[in-house]
Design a protein around this ligand. Structure first.
Ligand code: ADP
Ligand code: MG
Length: 694
């Protein structure tokens, strides 16, 4: 379904138009009449004329084809109105009316009805409970907001209507323009996925910004955004960083993985730039709308004051950018005109005694240096320094080079005029050098995203249904939880597990012990126990001749600690003991995004340290590598201070296999491989916990 006529209609009807002052239907009508050049049809059965226009009793009476209907009638008659719209072949509607999902169960039902109807009839519906839609390209203000937006190349959507009106007023004040401006409302039909797809193919939208509270079609979102962000940057604020459903989790992964981790992973994987604040949203949007990403992260800084230069240099580190190393040629050039007190190396401090011409020369030398891919122009007010002239120098530079350039001409009144001309020239300027660096980092981030290669998923797990069969057998036997008895499933998946065997009596244990010449690990085998070591059900470093003795001790100990006489103990697992670093690979199923894979350093401290990374499954080899490399403790795995490098390829493979397993079997709710013990020779699973839905 095309949304072209939603944003570029020739004819618009306002259903529920009114003459009553302050009535939403009246505000929408007036806004349309103010801006829109196409035809406007007020609909109201109780009026002949409104604001000088002929009024119709129903949309079905309008003698022309209506491209877009704005609906502002009470919630209970919205469905009837939609039916009339359908009769009149109107295929784009904006439902402004409130009184739906946002008011509770009754409203939710109504919303379901209108959503189902619109979807069924192929009607593109924005809302309900929305402020409306602005599209500056067609002078369309189909909202009840008090203002029209300025034209621009940013398209913006917001799930909060109140936020829309606030942003609109502020944006007009600071001169920020929009191409499309959409209040999503309750998203009964059209949502962010539809809009980013539409705006990607819209040549007047260069950047997509959004404020979202939730995404319902998680996997569709990822799939769509992945494509869109290759050509159009998307920056989003997602509010509500609460932990969803964590308290009920039975696994480590489930405890750590909240829905916010899923959003974080999904945004990251689909190339969406996520920001935390409104300030960042619009700083990022503004610079992305004006300038192109630099080649790499190397920044040249020019300043006339030491302090701001240091602040900027620090900020480069914070935002993962680098100070460029100037070439000898640049250093020579700088030496020709800079005073001996000036700093020639990056950041160049031309000192407060320098004039505008020195600034221009310094700036040009930096810009021309092949090592520099973007430029930060800082300045503090100085007696012999005219800010408007500096602004002119920056604007000229912006016109002539295609390296990003950001200003921090610091000051208030003194910088106001410069600020204005920089805005016109497309050079963002901030008081705070740190904020300037942050804005620049958005360009670099987007450059990285555009360079990204999305690898196809190589299927690593067996195609046949052996695994499904085994899992359902175990579900039948052990209810919803599967423990070490599931190790053989992992083997089928091609995941290396440590060798082990169950002894069902101490005499059987004695027999098995003969196989071993070095210490082993004993683990209690019981369907009733989730955390074995908590109740004395794990003993490491047991000498082979002690196995049978420790068998009896463990069974006694566990019975005593468990305090449930009906506990079933099947025996004791004798497991080869391995030496290495403990890691965890886990899965948690997110309601919106599906299986979320977690990787981190494992063992008992995993929940405490939370040094973990997440991705939405399935993950490619490259993504699995990124997961491993992105934890803080990665150097520990790589080998620091004489420690040896562990088998990272082995971990990367396990992550991929687990992610494919979780996608294949929707009944997996939670899965922990914790720990996997990894050393230079390989990674092997020693413990497993899986929770299934029936
Ligand atoms: P649970 O998580 O149920 O308490 P685990 O099987 O994970 O039981 O064992 C607890 C801890 O014992 C592990 O984190 C690890 O430190 C150690 N351990 C378990 N199995 C082995 C093994 N095969 N080799 C070495 N250490 C082990
Ligand atoms: Mg464990």
């Amino acid at each position: 379904m095309s949304l072209t006529k939603l944003f570029h209609p020739s004819t618009v009807a306002v259903i529920g138009a009114s003459r009553q002052e302050g009535h939403i239907g009246r505000e929408v009508l007036l806004n349309l009449m103010d801006s829109f050049c196409g035809k406007v049809f007020p609909i109201n059965p109780k009026a002949e004329r409104l604001e000088g226009l002929k009024c119709y009793g129903s949309i079905t009476e309008v003698p022309e084809c209506v491209d877009l209907a704005v609906i502002a009638v009470p919630a209970k008659i919205v469905l009837d109105v939609l039916q009339e719209c359908n009769e009149a072949n109107v295929s784009n509607v904006i439902v402004i009316s409130g009184g739906f999902k946002e008011i509770g169960e009754k409203g939710r039902e109504l919303e379901q009805q209108i959503g189902d109807f619109a979807r069924d009839k192929g009607i593109n519906m924005i809302g309900p409970n929305a402020i409306g839609v602005i599209s500056t390209g067609s002078n369309l203000n189909a909202t009840f907001a008090q203002e029209m937006a300025l034209p621009g190349n940013i398209s913006f959507m917001s799930q909060s209507g109140a936020f829309c009106t606030a942003v609109l007023d502020w944006a007009n004040e600071v001169g920020l323009g929009f191409n499309h401006f959409v209040s999503l409302g309750n998203k009964a039909v059209l949502d962010e996925v539809d809009l980013i797809r539409e705006w990607d193919s819209d040549c007047n939208t260069d950047v997509i910004l959004g404020y979202l509270e939730g995404i319902d079609r998680g996997r569709k979102f990822i799939e769509t955004a992945k494509n869109v962000t290759q050509t159009t940057p998307i920056v989003l604020v997602k509010s509500g960083k609460t932990k969803g459903g964590a308290s009920a989790a039975a696994s480590h992964t489930g405890t750590i993985a909240g829905s916010d981790n899923a959003y974080g992973a999904a945004f990251e994987q689909s190339g969406v730039i996520r920001v935390d604040t409104i300030e960042e949203l619009f700083d990022f949007g503004t610079i992305l709308a004006q300038q192109s990403p630099p080649e790499d992260r190397k920044v040249g800084i020019v300043t006339n004051a030491g302090g701001p230069g240091v602040i900027a240099a620090d900020a480069l580190e914070t935002y993962d950018l680098e100070l460029a190393q100037f070439s000898d040629e640049t250093l020579d050039k700088l030496g020709e005109f800079l005073s001996p007190l000036a700093t020639r190396k990056n950041p160049i401090d031309i000192t407060g005694k320098a004039d505008e011409d020195d600034y221009r020369q310094a700036l040009n030398s930096v810009i021309e240096d092949g090592e520099v891919s973007s430029v930060l122009a800082l300045s503090a007010p100085a007696a012999i320094f005219s800010y408007p002239k500096i602004a002119e120098i920056l604007s000229n530079a912006r016109d002539t080079i295609d390296k990003p350039i950001v200003g921090a001409l610091m000051g208030g009144k003194l910088s106001a005029e410069a600020q204005k001309s920089l805005k016109e020239a497309g050079v963002p300027n901030y008081f705070d050098p740190g904020r300037a660096v942050r804005a620049l980092s958005a360009l670099v981030k987007y450059g990285d995203i555009r360079k990204r290669k999305y690898e196809p998923i190589k299927s690593l797990i067996p195609e046949d249904e052996v695994i499904e069969k085994k899992v359902s057998e175990l579900v039948g036997k052990n209810g919803k939880m599967i423990g070490l008895e599931g190790l053989s499933i992992l083997e089928d998946l091609g995941i290396p597990v440590v060798e082990s065997q169950i002894a069902r009596s101490s005499s059987e244990a004695k027999q098995i012990a003969q196989k071993y010449s070095s210490p082993v690990v004993l683990k209690i085998e019981s369907p009733d126990i989730i955390h074995k070591s908590d109740i004395g059900g794990v003993k490491v470093g047991v000498e082979p001749d002690q196995i049978s003795y420790e068998y009896d001790r463990m069974v006694d100990r566990v019975r005593r600690n468990f305090e449930d006489p009906d506990m079933e103990i099947e025996g004791v697992r004798i497991q080869e003991m391995v030496d290495g670093k403990e890691i965890i690979v886990g899965v948690n199923r997110d309601p919106q995004f599906g299986p979320l894979v977690m990787f981190g350093l494992g063992g008992i401290y995993v929940e405490l340290l939370k040094d973990v990374s997440f991705k939405v499954a399935p993950v490619s080899e490259l993504e699995a590598k990124e997961m491993v490399e992105s934890i803080d403790a990665y150097p520990v795995l790589k080998g620091v201070r004489g420690g040896s490098r562990v088998d990272i390829d082995g971990i990367v493979e396990i992550i991929q296999r687990v992610s494919q397993f979780a996608v294949r079997l929707p009944q997996i709710c939670e899965l922990d491989l914790n720990p996997i013990i990894v050393n230079a020779e390989g990674a092997r699973v020693v413990d497993l916990r899986m929770r299934l839905s029936r």
